[in-house]
Design a protein around this ligand. Structure first.
Ligand SMILES: Cc1ncc(COP(=O)(O)O)c(C=O)c1O
Length: 463
């Protein structure tokens, strides 16, 4: 895949800040983009001349940056061809982050399974399974039991919903990919929150859409700006409920005012993780045409791989037609178990919420103790804090942190154009003791960076 000079210029962002010669800073920034997966393996970079023009620097500087990357094994060159991205696998420190079992993994923001609850749900599901044996078991929309249970979950929250408004998917990410492939054409524009969930970015760019980011700040959503941007977009994707990564929840008054001009996908993956107040109202109560995406990955367990789309039956028909290109349906046992969990109101149980609350508080406390100049507002729900550092070190910190026994997801993975170099998402889904230890390790990694150390770890996957 060829990457244009303008795309590289957007990704490197504010590379000119910082000490050292310009070619060194540029090669460092490109190396971090490669390690972070934002410049993917095999991608063909622009020529030195084009890159120099796009960045407004001399060709000598661009050439020197590329040469450093070639020398360290991050670029492969051939005569009369563009340099392509590679990784120097022969270097011992070039192992993926998080492969050492003593490493604390802060790159995943997902709770562990509620063992007994899940066990009981699967036992009940196995009893019901024989009912399905007479049929083939492939159902593009999902089992009747689960579609009704999800519809009822919406009705209980004040949104009239019938089973034929529901399609069951293999998790929310599958739902986003299916919606992106079905609703978008190349060069369409998708309005996104900024920052947002990294795999949603990938689903939309994978459908060759362009992204139109609208900032979500510590004071919430800018409704006027969303309206303005919605007029030029073909689709909007918003995480209104305990947003990943910031934890923000759209207020009732913002929900009442927001009327997007384009079709809007609302990601309700975190809805049930209200830690300090009530579960928010479904967005479609206010905007009946909203396409809602849900999942039990955070309210029960990611390993279930069960999600859904709530939409008008006509749209679900289109999705049903498109689905077999990539998969033929969702496993029946998991659907039956999820229906039991929803019907018995055992999703996001009191123990899950209690643990998340005390872990969130332990994480905040550890930050105050070990990283007192890092600002991390305490969210009212969800699974993560969005921590902001005074200095733009996020990608470098992610690349060195595994040397200190912790993995993190760097801020720029949650945005476009190299934004969020001062931010790190810190999930509170691990036990409090591990969170405290992780933050003390992160503080050590940060001190090492300040002394001039560099890391070379490729990032662990984010969820
Ligand atoms: C906002 C958001 N949407 C979607 C997903 C994907 O969820 P699932 O595991 O159901 O595919 C996640 C998972 O982290 C998420 O945080």
């Amino acid at each position: 895949m060829k990457i244009s000079s303008h795309a590289v210029a957007r990704m490197v962002g504010t590379w000119q800040e910082g000490p050292g010669p310009a070619h060194q800073r540029l090669s460092d920034r490109l190396r971090l983009l490669i390690l972070d997966g934002r410049l993917s393996l095999g991608a063909a970079l622009p020529s030195e001349r084009d890159l120099a023009t796009a960045l407004g620097i001399s060709r000598t500087t661009a050439g020197a940056a590329y040469r450093t990357l070639v020398e360290h094994g991050y670029l492969a060159t051939r005569a009369r061809a563009r340099a392509t991205v590679r990784l120097p696998h022969d270097t011992p420190s070039e192992r993926p982050a998080g492969t050492d079992p003593s490493t604390i993994d802060l790159s995943f923001a997902a709770p562990p399974a509620p063992v007994e609850i899940l066990h009981a749900a699967f036992a009940a599901a196995l009893e019901q399974l024989p009912r399905h044996f007479e049929r083939h078991g492939y159902d593009r929309c999902g089992t009747a039991e689960l579609r009704e249970a999800v519809a009822d979950w919406y009705r209980r929250r004040g949104l009239s919903t019938a089973p034929d408004h529901i399609m069951i998917t293999n998790g929310a990410q599958h739902a986003l990919g299916l919606l992106a492939r079905t609703l978008l054409s190349p060069r369409d524009t998708v309005l996104i929150d900024h920052p947002t969930y990294p795999h949603a970015i990938r689903a939309f760019t994978g459908a060759r859409a362009r992204l139109l980011p609208v900032a979500v700040g510590t004071s919430g959503w800018d409704i006027a700006q969303l309206h303005e941007a919605g007029r030029t977009a073909q689709l909007a994707y918003l995480i209104t409920d305990f947003h990943n990564p910031t934890g923000m929840c759209m207020s009732a008054s913002e929900r009442r005012r927001l009327r997007p001009a384009c079709p809007t996908v609302i990601d309700e993956t975190m809805t049930e993780l209200a830690l300090d107040g009530a579960t928010p109202e479904p967005f479609a109560v206010h905007v009946p045409t909203a396409i809602s995406v849900g999942s039990v990955s955070k309210s029960v367990w990611g390993g279930l791989r069960i999600g859904w789309i709530r939409a008008a039956p006509a749209l679900l028909d289109r999705l049903e037609q498109a689905r077999p290109a990539t998969d033929l349906g969702t496993p029946v046992v998991e659907q039956l178990a999820t229906a039991v969990l929803l019907n018995e109101r055992r999703t996001a149980g009191p123990d899950t919420l209690r643990h998340l609350r005390s872990q969130r508080d332990a994480l905040s406390q550890a930050l105050t103790e070990h990283l007192p100049d890092v600002h991390a507002p305490r969210p009212a729900g969800g699974v993560s804090l969005w921590a902001s550092f005074p200095e733009p070190i996020s990608s470098r910190l992610a690349a060195i942190a595994p040397d200190y026994g912790v993995t993190i997801a760097a801020g720029p993975r949650f945005g476009v154009g190299g934004a969020f170099e001062r931010h790190v998402r810190l999930p509170y889904t691990l036990p409090s003791g591990q969170l405290t230890e992780a933050i003390s390790r992160l503080a050590r990694a940060r001190r090492a960076l300040a002394r001039g150390a560099t890391g070379t770890h490729t990032p662990a996957p984010v969820a």
